[in-house]
Structures are given as structure tokens and as C-alpha cells.
Design a protein around this ligand. Sequence first.
Ligand code: PMT
Length: 397
Amino acid sequence: MLKGRNILLGVTGSIAAYKAAMLCRLLKTSGADVRVVMTPLAKQFITPLTMATLSKNPILVEFFDPENGAWNSHVSLGEWADCYLIAPATANTLAKMACGIADNLLLTTYLSARCPVAVAPAMDLDMYAHPATQENLEKLRAAGVAVIEPDEGELASGLCGKGRMAEPAQIVRSVEALLDQKKKSLAGKRFLVTAGATIEPIDPVRYLTNHSSGKMGYAIAEALARRGAEVTLLSGRTCLPAPEGVRRIDVLTAADMYRAATELFPSTDGAVMCAAVADYTPAEVADRKLKKGDGDLTIRLCRTRDIAAELGRMKNDRLLVGFALETHDALAHATEKLRRKNFDFVVLNSLQDPGAGFRGDTNKVTLLDPSGAEELPLMCKTEVAGRIADKIENLLR
Ligand code: PMT
């Protein structure tokens, strides 16, 4: 459920910190990439070595590494995370979060995080019931923080009551639910997605096309629809069924796709141009099958219109996401397309990368925008689609 998700786990100084080890393990086995930030006091309850071993990432406690001075950027940690989970969260940390105090790395990261934030309080029953704590939790809820209610039961103090941190399995379920909820974040938005290969007829029997299966574009349409967007999928030839909740319009040629896209685009909030569109089409289409002769055959091709470039001219404040399929000098060509077609960002895939591009279930992409490039590892096309949807969401925010 959390496959491909980046979870930043914040651990504060509570006896419940021992459960953070199990929590970290469960997050990892659910497929998440986990990084851990600890308060200095948390280190007294559970060792950074344990958390580093389980998360398979170095532990962050200080603003900079005292050994080499390397800066631990709270801003980039917040940007990296799909969810910031603070578990256990002490009364002290909750109070500081509610007031905007930022005297350690865990708290500064909270203030700069744009992703959903969840806290799992852990404390004595009287501390939990105290009006000050309850008021702080209310403030945090009002600020959009998800509070994972503590359980009732025996507490470290020997007392019995509400204050035990929720069990790790419950916390993982809450994080999954939170990320699912987030997925409705595009409700009310309309998108056009192009996918698949166009077909350029030569005669009633033969045509020019390419290897696109439509998988990448269909996965994007599905990811946007799952997040609540109204999606129209402008599809070239594929064998795929339309994703649930997506309106599909089938087209054949680049010219058909151009007409439909330019008509649909003005009533959307944005478009993702994933189709592999023919750049050339036969200048004449024979109305009867071309009979073969003894010699060679020359077919004159003429340029098709560039759909993405036209949408780039029409876009105003709409979002326009392009693809770049390259075989060499990938970054330079993609950067040129970003600028020339007026894209907000480009999804670059290179046929030089094994597992990337046409037909397969995986892709390896770099997301390129005017501020720089983010290279992603090889992933399933559905996960790549999720990353593209995340970036679209961030840009629309
Ligand atoms: O369908 P799959 O088998 O899953 O494969 C996925 C894919 C490899 C087709 C996909 O990931 C991809 O790279 N799609 C874009 C292919 C392409 O045509 O790239 P390009 O670099 O030639 O074009 C740049 C951009 O301009 C693209 O957004 C393209 O849709 C658009 N374009 C190109 C030509 C044209 N006449 N009109 C356009 O809109």
C-alpha cells in the first residue's frame, strides 16, 4: 500500500520510542522509503543505530553533521516526504508544533513540510487529558494535522488510561488512509491526457505508426482520476481498456488528435501529453491498395502539426506537461522541448535506459522543470504516474 511512498518518521523523547522500531519496520515492509529524524532526547530512548539499521538510511538529529559540517536541510526533507509521521509525539513536541516553535530539526521540518502530517501522541493519561494538551491538539487538527488517537491501557507510569501510543500496525493503516485521502486532492480539476500511438494511413491496407502501447498514458489518466480529477483520455491505438472513471475518446491520426486536443484543452485545468504522435504523415493517402511493382517505392511524407506546441501557445494559466522520448543527448533535447513547447515540466524517458519507454510495465524518467531535474529510479509505470500526479498537485497548490 505504501509502495514508492516517502515517509519521514519523526521520533521524540518518549518511552514509546521503542515502538518506533517496529513502526519503521512495518513502514518498510509496506514498501515505503523511510527516513528518520529524531529529537536529541529521543536518542536516550532508542539508539540511532537501531533506527538507521531498520530504515536503511542515516538518522538525522542535528541541523548539521558536527564531523564534516554537512547541512541537514529541513526544507528538502519536507519536500522529499509524501507524509511526515511523528510517532511518538510527546506533549512537549505537540505544544511546540502548535505554537510554531522550531528549536530542533524535527520541528523546523514540521514548519516547512508541505506534505500531510500525522502525529501519534504518547504520554501519561493526565498529561494527555490536560486542557493545554487538548487545546494544542485542537490547534494542530485545525492546521490540518492528522491526530492518531492514543489507546487506553496500562501506561509506563503504572497508571491505566488513555495515552498509550497507538499500535504500529494501526499507525501504518492511518498513514495509508491519509495518503488515500490526499489522493482526492484533485477533485474539481479537469485534465486532458493523450496516450498511445497515432496511425497514419498510406493506403487502405498499410500505415505508419510506432511502438507505443498506451500503458504510460493510461496509468497517468488513472492516477489523476483516482485523485478525484475529471479526466478525458485522448487515445491513439491501444489494446487497453479505459481506466475506471475516465472518459476515453479514440482517435486515429495525428491530425485527428490535434483537432480533438485543441478543442478540449480550453475547458481543462491542464493536459499531459504522453501520446507518441507521428511527426510525419504520407502526403497522399491512396484510396486503393498500392500494387507492388518490381522496383522501390518512395512515399513522400509531410510534417504533422505539433499538438503540444499548439497547446503551449494556448495555455494561459493552464498546466501543460510534456514527455520527451530520446535516444541520445536526452537532457539537452528535453530542455529544448520544455522551453519551445512551453511545458510546465517534461517527463524525460530515454530508450538508452533498460526498462524505460515503450510497451513494458516499467519506466525510468527524469522530471525536468525550469528549476532543475529530478531523476527517478526504474519504477512501475503506475508508480511513475503517481509521481507525475504528485508534481501536478504541487504545481496546482
Ligand atoms: O505507451 P507506452 O508503451 O507505455 O510508452 C510510453 C511512451 C514511451 C510512449 C511515453 O513514455 C512517451 O515518451 N511519450 C512521448 C513520445 C513522444 O512522442 O515524444 P517526443 O519527444 O517525440 O515528443 C515530445 C512531446 O511532444 C510529447 O509530449 C508528445 O506527446 C508531443 N508531440 C509530439 C509530436 C506531435 N506532432 N505532437 C505532439 O504533441
